[in-house]
Design a protein. Structure first.
Length: 410
């Protein structure tokens, strides 16, 4: 994209943001509305004391808007605006019973949602969710005509419902809304065909998954909310087909979720790296690192905003990617700086830096993650964040830096 195209795109985004703001006012939204062009984000300053502000990220709805036929684009904005209104909450469990559903989202969706609530880490409102593998999670929502309402732990208390009972009911209701079986794209490769914003969530329906005929353990991928792909771990051909379809859905469709497959082993879903078994499928690694980097970038933005509100001076380190110019191989990396209280991401390589009076200093050491944990793991304290972060308020001493050394990368 050249400079003129970038300028045109910026102008289009600003016009879209103004349409959203106008629709918010027509819908009766009061209070201040701020637009951040750099973040492509609108912030609502509410009049309620219980919610200081609400951030509306525009990239997904903008993508939906562009993908819709021009006569129907106003409906995309209208549907988006409905999600910002104060929902009339159900008065009791009887109103919820038939509408409570499970839904699968990236695990970071739920942890970041918690981060958006409350003024510090001890005041986050608990979102009901359970891990599904390492990077996905199953949550609960109330499915209504005017949108989905997230379920929080205090709601279950009000309904006198245990977490186990709620998830069991959510699965029953979603199963009722689902087809009798998934659709075969070919022998050994299946998808959920509904396109109803619940396709990815059907990964939580074990009977639907186990009905698929695959080679080896079940492998699933949910590149976006309307795509669930199922194949077998011992089927490199269909894993390649999953990679092709999944990559296309991640890059070409709105509301991407994850490029990291999961594998069902001994009744438990776990992260799966097909490229470690089948080298010809190395593009899975690229999608995995890309997904991790995108999750960390969104998390960093929220943590930086949270620290700014609390006037805390904590450095949230970036998760970045290096690529070899000749081989195309990639690896993730981060920086650990001297003299900074830091939140470090889990990256494959850690560079240890020290600033000097003239500005940024050079690299004192670098090492792979396992080596970093062995030598200076005592200086890192795991937080409750996901993607994983580690708090470090001290820097390795000279002996530790020497032991870490400087490793050849890629």
């Amino acid at each position: 994209m050249n400079w003129w195209e970038k300028l045109e795109e910026k102008s289009r985004r600003e016009r879209f943001a103004q349409k959203v703001i106008q629709a918010l006012r027509v819908a009766g939204i009061k209070g201040s509305i701020d637009y951040d062009a750099e973040k492509f984000q609108i912030t609502l300053l509410r009049e309620r004391e219980s919610v200081d502000h609400m951030q509306m990220n525009l990239p997904n709805v903008y993508a939906d808007y562009l993908a819709a036929p021009k006569p129907n684009r106003w409906r995309v904005i209208e549907r988006f605006i409905r999600g910002t209104r104060e929902f009339e909450m159900p008065k009791g469990f009887d109103e919820v019973r038939d509408h409570l559903v499970v839904r699968v989202r990236p695990r970071c969706y739920y942890t970041m949602l918690q981060l958006r609530f409350g003024k510090d880490r001890t005041q986050r409102r608990a979102v009901v969710h359970q891990p599904l593998g390492e990077h996905l999670a199953v949550g609960l929502a109330i499915d209504r005509k005017d949108g989905l309402i997230e379920v929080f732990s205090d709601m279950l208390t009000d309904w006198n419902l245990t977490v186990e009972e709620a998830f069991a009911l959510g699965r029953v209701n979603l199963r009722r809304m689902s087809p009798s079986s998934l659709t075969a794209l070919g022998p050994g490769l299946y998808c959920s065909p509904r396109g109803d914003n619940h396709d990815a969530s059907r990964l939580a329906l074990d009977d639907l998954v186990r009905d698929c005929e695959v080679k080896g353990d079940y492998v699933a991928m949910v590149p976006n909310r309307d795509t669930l792909l199922i194949t077998g771990a011992d089927d490199p051909y269909n894993l390649g087909a999953m990679l092709h379809v999944g990559e296309k859905m991640l890059r070409g469709k709105p509301r991407p979720m994850s490029g990291i497959p999961v594998r069902l082993r001994n009744g438990v879903w776990e992260s799966f790296a097909p490229d470690e078994i089948y080298p010809e499928l190395r593009q899975f690694r690229y999608l995995r690192v890309q997904s991790e980097t995108q999750d960390y970038a969104e998390q960093k933005e929220l943590l930086d905003a949270s620290h700014a509100r609390q006037e805390k001076n904590i450095f949230v380190a970036t998760h970045s990617v290096l690529q070899h110019k000749e081989t195309g191989e990639i690896c993730s990396y981060t920086f650990w700086g001297d003299g900074l209280e830091s939140l470090l991401p889990r990256a494959e390589i850690v560079f240890f830096m020290r600033a000097n009076e003239e500005g940024p200093g050079g690299v004192l050491a670098n090492a792979y993650w396992d080596r970093v944990c062995d030598v200076v793991g005592h200086r890192m304290k795991a937080t409750d964040d996901y993607p994983p972060r580690y708090f470090a308020d001290t820097f390795p001493d000279e002996d530790e830096l020497q032991r870490l050394g400087k490793q050849e990368i890629l």
